[in-house]
Design a protein around this ligand. Structure first.
Ligand code: PLP
Length: 364
C-alpha cells in the first residue's frame, strides 16, 4: 500500500493501560487501580449520570451540531459570547481541527517544548508538518529559547499550562511575551486541560481574557476535573474569526448527544468540582509527604498528577507495579528514564499505590 514516509514513521498514541487489559494480560483477579490517565477518581457528577440516563432513549436522533444549550450555558459561565466557543470530541479533536485549519502550507512550522502532551507531536506528524521541538529546562518552559525559534514560518505554538507530564505552569507574563513576539498569523494555543485544578492554587493566574487577542485559542476539557473523559468533550475559546474558521472544518456532529447533555448537567454541579479539587489537594499533600519519606524527588504540580523520580529504571518499576495491580505511567518514552507519572487518586488508591511502590523499590 502506498503511504507517506511521515505516516510510516508514526508511532500510535499510547494511553494509560486500561484496567481490563491488565486483568486479561496478567490474570489479576483482585483489585486493580489505574492512576495513569489523569482521570477524576471520584467519577462523574451524579447530575451528569442522571442526564445520561435521561437522554439514553433519544440516541436515535442526531445531536445538535451547534451544541446550542451547552454553548449557551458555558458561554454564560465564562462570561464570553457564544461565538467565542467551539466544542470538540475531546480537546484532542480541537487540536486536529487547529492543524487542519491553520497549518495548511508545507513550509509551516509548529513550535512547542517537550516533554508535553504528546498529541501535539503525533497529530503534527500525521499531517507531515515540520515540528520544532525544544527541551524543557528544569521541567519548565524556556520562554526565551522558544521565542528565539519563532520565524516567519511558525504557524502554531503550543503552550500547555499546567504542562502534562511535569505539572509545571507558565507565568502569564511569559505567555504574553510569546503572544507579543509573533505575527497575527501565528496561532498561540494555550492548553489548559487541567485548569480547574490549577486555578485552585494561590499563584495560578487567570488567562481566559487572552482569548480576545487575534491569534490565541484557549483549550479546556470536560475529561479531567469534570470526570467525563469517556464521553469525549472539550472546548476552545477564541475570537469569533478563529472560531468561525474552525467551524468550517469541524465535522457537523462531532460532539454526541450524550456528551452534550452530560456536560450541560456537569456545569451545574459546582459541588462536584469543589470536592474533586479538594480531594486532589489532599491527595497531593499526602503523596508529597510519602515521596519525601521514601527519599524520592518529585516536581511540584498544579494539576492532578505528579512526576517523580525513582533513581532506577522507570520501566522496571512500572512493570513491577502492574504485577501488583497498580497502573501508572513510565516517563521513559519521554526521555525521563528514571521518572514516572502518577495521577492523584482517592485516599485509598493513593495509599495502595504508595504501599506497592515501597514494596517494589525494596525488591528491584
Ligand atoms: C494537556 C492535555 N491536553 C489535552 C488533553 C486531551 O484531553 P481530551 O480528553 O479533552 O481530548 C489531555 C489529556 O490527557 C492533556 O493532558
Amino acid at each position: 500500500m502506498r503511504v507517506a514516509e511521515y505516516i510510516k514513521n508514526l508511532k500510535p498514541y499510547e494511553g494509560g493501560k486500561p484496567i481490563e487489559e491488565l486483568r486479561r494480560e496478567l490474570g489479576i483477579e483482585g483489585k486493580i487501580i489505574k492512576l495513569a490517565s489523569n482521570e477524576n477518581p471520584l467519577g462523574p457528577s451524579k447530575k451528569a449520570v442522571e442526564a445520561i440516563k435521561n437522554i439514553a432513549g433519544s440516541v436515535n436522533l442526531y445531536p445538535d451540531g451547534d451544541s446550542f444549550y451547552l454553548k449557551e450555558k458555558l458561554a454564560e459561565k465564562l462570561g464570553v459570547s457564544r461565538d467565542n466557543v467551539i466544542f470538540g470530541n475531546g480537546s484532542d479533536e480541537l487540536l486536529e481541527l487547529i492543524y487542519r485549519t491553520f497549518a495548511t502550507d508545507p513550509k509551516d512550522e509548529i513550535l512547542y517544548c517537550y516533554p508535553t502532551f504528546v498529541e501535539y507531536k503525533i497529530i503534527g506528524m500525521s499531517f507531515g508538518k515540520r515540528l520544532v521541538e525544544l527541551p524543557l529546562e528544569d521541567f519548565s518552559y524556556d520562554i526565551d529559547a522558544l521565542i528565539d525559534h519563532i520565524n516567519e514560518n511558525t504557524r502554531i505554538i503550543f503552550l500547555n499550562t499546567p504542562n502534562n507530564p511535569t505539572g509545571t505552569i507558565i507565568k502569564r507574563k511569559d505567555i504574553e511575551k510569546v503572544i507579543d513576539s509573533v505575527s497575527k498569523d501565528t496561532l498561540v494555543v494555550i492548553d489548559e486541560a487541567y485548569y480547574e485544578y490549577a486555578i485552585a492554587e494561590d499563584d495560578y493566574e487567570e488567562l481566559l481574557d487572552l482569548h480576545k487577542k487575534v491569534n490565541v485559542i484557549i483549550l479546556r476539557t470536560f475529561s479531567k476535573a469534570y470526570g467525563l473523559a469517556g464521553l469525549r468533550i472539550g472546548y476552545g475559546i477564541a475570537n469569533e474569526e478563529i472560531i468561525n474558521y474552525l467551524n468550517r472544518v469541524r465535522p457537523p456532529f462531532n460532539v454526541n448527544i450524550v456528551a452534550q447533555n452530560a456536560a450541560l448537567a456537569a456545569l451545574d454541579d459546582e459541588e462536584h468540582i469543589r470536592k474533586s479539587v479538594e480531594t486532589n489537594k489532599k491527595g497531593k499533600a499526602y503523596l508529597y509527604r510519602e515521596f519525601e519519606r521514601l527519599g524520592l524527588k518529585y516536581v511540584k504540580t498544579y494539576a492532578n498528577f505528579i512526576l517523580f523520580d525513582v533513581g532506577k529504571d522507570a520501566n522496571v518499576i512500572y512493570e513491577e507495579l502492574l504485577k501488583r495491580g497498580v497502573i501508572i505511567r513510565s516517563m521513559s518514552p519521554y526521555g525521563y528514564k528514571t521518572m514516572l507519572r502518577v495521577t492523584v487518586g482517592t485516599e485509598e488508591e493513593n495509599s495502595i499505590f504508595i504501599a506497592g511502590l515501597e514494596e517494589v523499590l525494596n525488591v528491584v
